[in-house]
Write a protein that binds this ligand. Structure first.
Ligand code: KDG
Length: 335
């Protein structure tokens, strides 16, 4: 009898040891929310990330996506991650500066010259530095995706010079750096959650807003805005955030799957965002928007007018953070 029991125990132990790695992967439904419409390139990124998760977990995980602020605005949804009541959110960095002030560095006007610089900073040591800071606020940044270079739309006039901003009622993200930038340009800036912008434009409660071409297109702002001016005044990243209280309950293998698949989603989302940008610009003009670029002399005046924003917000962002960013940009630019 003892021999039989010993054999049984040994067999059971052998079976346990031989369990496939899948034993480290539990069945899960992951909730993810965003303020953008699903037709935005973020939708392509989420689809690519979901396909990766399905493959890597052999179908054990399901991604439950909510769009157009259905689970609250960026800040509300992000707070739900911190309290461990929601797994994921994809949010611009700008509305989150109240949680992590260093994120304000991305809101400094004309910081990046092009998307290649933004990718190099976000996917390199500086991005890792920011991710470490986010963990202090119970948030895991799995990857940076692309919101993009921001341009001004309005229903009053084409903006072709510094003077054209005067008195324009511009909605900005809930962020003091954007507020300061547009007030410095002479506009009457109003902070507002993204989900409220379309109606505010439609009712003429505000004259203007600023976003990348793909957002202007997929949020159908062309229905309530007449003019689009290529200000390219800031590049906003999206953060793919995961609740750290929940992340810490995942196995190391599961955590790595999340990180790997967020990067798969990133590459697809950036690809579609950049491919769609020119098409979105053409689309909004076909829908009746009058598009204008701004000549070099006027862009120089606009840049010079807002240069003081950097110093005014250095203490809030962290002078060390700005210096680290500027050193990274100098390295990338070969300066
Ligand atoms: O959730 C989407 C928002 O983070 C994004 O649209 C932010 O660009 C943005 C804006 O203007 O609010």
């Amino acid at each position: 009898m003892k021999t039989y029991l010993a054999l049984t125990a040994t067999t059971a132990l052998a079976a346990l040891v031989a369990l496939p790695a899948a034993a480290e992967i539990s069945s899960r439904t992951i909730t993810i929310s965003n303020g953008i419409a699903e037709t935005h390139p973020v939708g392509n990124g989420v689809a690519a990330m979901e396909e990766c998760l399905t493959e890597r977990t052999d179908g054990a995980w399901e991604l439950n996506a909510f769009w157009s602020s259905a689970l609250g605005d960026d800040l509300t949804a992000t707070q739900a991650l911190r309290s461990g009541t929601q797994e994921m959110v994809i949010s611009s960095s700008s509305p989150l500066v109240g949680i992590e002030p260093a994120l304000g560095v991305f809101d400094l006007p004309f910081l990046f010259n092009d998307a290649a610089e933004a990718d190099a900073v976000l996917d390199g040591d500086f991005g890792d530095f920011i991710a470490e800071k986010m963990e202090e606020s119970d948030l895991v940044n799995l990857a940076f995706w692309e919101n993009g270079f921001r341009n001004l739309t309005n229903s009053v006039r084409p903006v072709t010079s510094l003077e054209d901003f005067q008195g324009m009622r511009v909605r900005v993200m809930q962020n003091n750096i954007f507020l300061d930038t547009f007030q410095t340009l002479g506009a009457n800036a109003t902070p507002m959650a993204f989900g409220e912008v379309f109606t505010a434009l439609e009712t003429r409660a505000i004259d203007a807003q600023e976003n990348p071409y793909v957002t202007i297109d997929t949020s159908q702002f062309y229905e309530v805005q007449d003019y689009l001016s290529a200000t390219q005044h800031a590049y906003t990243p999206f953060m793919v955030l995961f609740s750290k209280p929940m992340f810490d309950t995942y196995s190391e293998e599961e955590q790595q799957i999340l990180r790997d698949c967020a990067v798969v989603g990133r590459d697809e989302q950036r690809r579609v965002s950049r491919e769609l940008s020119d098409r979105s610009l053409a689309k909004v003009q076909e829908e009746g928007m009058a598009f204008n670029e701004i000549d070099t002399d006027q862009m120089t005046r606009i840049r010079e007018e807002v240069a003081g924003v950097y110093d005014r917000h250095a203490e809030t962002i962290g002078a060390d953070v700005i210096e680290r960013m500027q050193a990274e940009l100098a390295r990338i630019r070969g300066e």
